[in-house]
Design a protein around this ligand. Structure first.
Ligand code: HEC
Length: 119
């Protein structure tokens, strides 16, 4: 009797472990994210954007772009994709055109920096 209970418990544990394995696999994101880099002189120089603008874009995106989803840079993002995404997201965030331009400048500069560091 006692043996039977133990057997059942191990069986349940094994089944649960296998289930967890599958569940974990299913939830593992295929997309990789990078932390947002803080703009610096080097980024400003490479992007040809004033450091002020990049700093403003960084601050704005940190505040506004993390309202609905976590704000991390999708690693495989291309520069041209930001031009499609940012206007809609800026509208989501209620940014005016000037703030949107700063956010765009920051995101493009960051993406360029990531792309170049991969070469
Ligand atoms: C009001 C909510 C809201 C705000 C604010 C917001 N987003 Fe989003 N964002 C979403 C939702 C919902 C999705 C997923 C659906 C979609 O792609 O439209 C998304 C998706 C995204 C994606 C993935 C798009 C893709 O096609 O892979 C990126 C990148 C992104 N947001 C960036 C931003 C940036 C940058 C900002 C700030 C300017 C921002 N978001 C602000 C709601 C928001």
């Amino acid at each position: 009797m006692l043996k039977n209970i133990r057997f059942t418990q191990w069986g349940a544990l094994a089944a649960f472990t296998i289930y967890l394995g599958f569940a974990f696999q299913a939830c593992t994101p295929t997309q990789n994210y990078a932390e947002m880099p803080v703009p610096n002189a080097e980024m400003a120089h490479k992007s040809g954007q004033p450091l002020d603008t990049l700093g403003k874009g960084y601050a704005l995106s940190q505040v506004h772009c993390s309202q609905c989803h976590e704000f991390k840079l999708p690693e495989n993002m291309r520069v041209d994709e930001w031009h499609t995404i940012v206007p809609g997201m800026a509208w989501n965030a209620g940014l005016n055109k000037e703030d949107e331009a700063a956010v765009m400048a920051y995101l493009v500069a960051t993406t360029e920096q990531i792309e170049k560091s991969e070469d």
